[in-house]
Design a protein around this ligand. Sequence first.
Ligand SMILES: [Zn+2]
Length: 241
Amino acid sequence: MNRLTVLPVEFTTGGITNTIYPAIVCDETEMVLFDCGYPGFFPLLTSAAAAAGFDCSKLTKIFITHHDYDHMGALAEFKQAYPQVQIIASCIEEPYISGRRKSLRLQQAEDIYPTLPEEQKDFARNFQQKLQEMKHVAVDCCVSDKARLDCCGGIEVVATPGHMPGHISLYLHDYKTLITGDALTMENSDLAMANPQYTLDMATAKESIKKLLTYDIEQIICYHGGSYTGNCREALQRLVR
Ligand SMILES: [Zn+2]
């Protein structure tokens, strides 16, 4: 059965309820998950998948859009539970995901730490510790722009650097759907650029959005905010203007 489903995963931190939106696509032979949540989110994700009718023990691939702890924090838990799962990420993000190179997010957090007001420093130290404790996972398959997997109706890698240098989005041909990770976000039911505070190179991020205009897109799935099903072309044009 061919199917694409967004999995809203709701959680509460510091009294605030939040939701992330990983997605699953499957066909007769493959079940593919796109990003996998914060550290400790394995039970939340697998139960969200079960509620949508997916048995995660049948997962064959996990795409990681980029190295950030909300997108790959639970990756080690998935790999431990399902060793057969193939981990796919961009060649540029691979050294960070596998731990061969220091996390760029951690480097950013350390760089801005001395400039923070005292009252933010506890939170900042806590954030750095979380990044340091994140488990590394070997990437089984490194991909570059325009790489295409012939499963689930065709999955094409779209390099969308900016938020992170090796950030990728995935275009699902049969579904005319773009999975954007953090290249885009949904805010107040509208498409927006991801938070500039966490985007390492804003000019490059905008160039990446321009590139998306070359795809025939009917749905954009944002990891933060969920699905956008309005006029995607117009929304993207507005962002690059
Ligand atoms: Zn991110």
